[in-house]
Design a protein around this ligand. Structure first.
Ligand SMILES: Nc1ncnc2c1ncn2[C@@H]1O[C@H](COP(=O)(O)OP(=O)(O)OP(=O)(O)O)[C@@H](O)[C@H]1O
Ligand SMILES: [Mg+2]
Length: 388
């Protein structure tokens, strides 16, 4: 069928034409936004799940929902080599400079002035100008160099500035497993302070399945978080994720084809988008038949192997690859690290750095003490397809 009209969207963070199966999280967020507007602050939202299940897309939807209500929003992605301070500082610039263009109240000016001091705390050379005169404004002081002090100050002043405009501040952090435990502790302390004093700020963080564990180890108030496990879709939702985009383009799937792609995708959103796209391209249409779906899945699998999987596989060292191989079978659901060591004929402790490297690269996580699992669904069969 016409490739131009292909409605499927395989790719990291790409907005799907139909975002299905996430109503509960969206509803929790809507309620939190409305409550915050009425002066009640809710717990930070923690979205965790495997690679490609749709955490980023969902986080971005939360951002849009907040923006639709004119909230001040910062969305950042943690990374191995940037600190939370710089991330949030830089993330704040765009929404704040947008806000500075509107006529502002006293509190909002204070927020801008505090943001300038926060910027100075990590970037001595760089200065911001918002194009407004802040000489008479109160604020500042977010440059003590102590992260929790400075973060508290900036979050307080900016969220109270937002309240003055009748809205709140939303802070969204993706790939949060890459934050240090100190940064996670700081985030939860700030969220706790916000809840105590009812600053209108909402946090949502997303990350790999290790995130809840990491948060609970980061000595903090994490029992007060709202955890949502983002999983592969239910059968009904997976069918809808295939069917709805086609329908909207005046096309469709035969029942048999739909059953087949739902099963082959394992109901993982990334694979759904990939198989949907390749099947569409293989079909004459307007109905995608089972023969098209078979071609689509085969081609889609090739695409995944050379992109989704390959990108991660290629980032590993030779010893990490050996470790990943030794995790098969069993690594998709989790396998004992002792068992992996014995398969490799090595001492458990000697493998510690390799294991840590894989976790650091976001390829594996520890679902439980002494257990290791792939963060990438379908990794086991991909590895099976790789020549030694
Ligand atoms: N609820 C959904 N319904 C249909 N498709 C979805 C849904 N969520 C995500 N997708 C699709 O799945 C793919 C992966 O989404 P996304 O990048 O958000 O996953 P992720 O969990 O952030 O992955 P990673 O851990 O690699 O960052 C994208 O192609 C997106 O269009
Ligand atoms: Mg993501």
């Amino acid at each position: 069928m016409d490739a131009v009209r292909n409605p499927y969207t395989p790719g990291t963070g790409r907005k799907p034409s139909a975002l299905v199966g996430r109503d509960e999280v969206l509803e929790t967020w809507r309620v939190a936004l409305e409550r915050a507007e009425r002066g009640k602050t809710d717990q930070p939202l923690v979205l965790y799940g495997l690679r490609g299940v749709g955490k980023t897309v969902l986080l971005t939807q939360l951002r849009h929902d907040a923006e639709k209500r004119d909230w001040w929003v910062v969305q950042v992605e943690a990374g191995a080599d940037v600190g939370l301070r710089d991330l949030l500082g830089e993330g704040l610039y765009e929404p704040l400079s947008e806000i500075a263009r509107q006529g502002l109240g006293r509190r909002a000016l204070r927020a801008l002035k505090t943001a300038l001091s926060f910027k100075a705390s990590y970037d001595a050379g760089g200065t911001w100008t918002f194009g407004v005169d802040l000489s008479g404004a109160s604020g500042g002081g977010a440059d003590s160099g102590v992260l929790r002090t400075d973060l508290k100050r900036i979050v307080k002043d900016v969220s109270l500035g937002a309240r003055e405009e009748g809205v709140g501040l939303a802070i969204l952090v993706d790939e949060a497993q890459d934050l240090s435990s100190d940064e996670l502790t700081t985030l939860s302390m700030v969220a706790q302070a916000a809840a105590q004093d009812d600053w209108p700020v909402l946090f949502a963080v997303a990350g790999l399945p290790s995130l809840p564990q990491t948060l609970s180890e980061a000595k903090s108030y994490t029992e007060r978080f709202h955890y949502s496990h983002i999983e592969r879709l239910s059968h009904t939702d997976a069918r809808a994720a295939f069917a709805r985009p086609a329908q909207e383009e005046g096309a469709g799937w035969s029942d048999q084809a739909l059953d087949y792609v739902v099963a082959e995708s394992g109901r993982y959103p990334y694979f759904i988008q990939q198989f949907g796209q390749s099947s569409w391209d293989a079909a004459e249409g307007p109905v995608i038949e089972i023969a098209d779906a078979r071609v689509g899945v085969a081609r889609g699998q090739n695409h995944l192997d050379s992109g989704f999987f390959r990108a991660r596989w290629d980032r590993t060292t030779a010893s990490e690859k050996r470790y990943l191989r030794a995790m098969c079978p069993g690594g998709d659901t989790g396998i004992g690290t002792g068992e992996v060591a014995s398969r490799l004929g090595k001492n458990l402790n000697a493998l510690g750095p390799t294991r840590a490297g894989l976790i650091h690269k976001g390829l594996a996580y520890a679902p439980d003490h002494g257990i290791i699992a792939f963060t990438v669904p379908g990794m086991e069969s991909f590895i099976g397809r790789q020549p030694e």
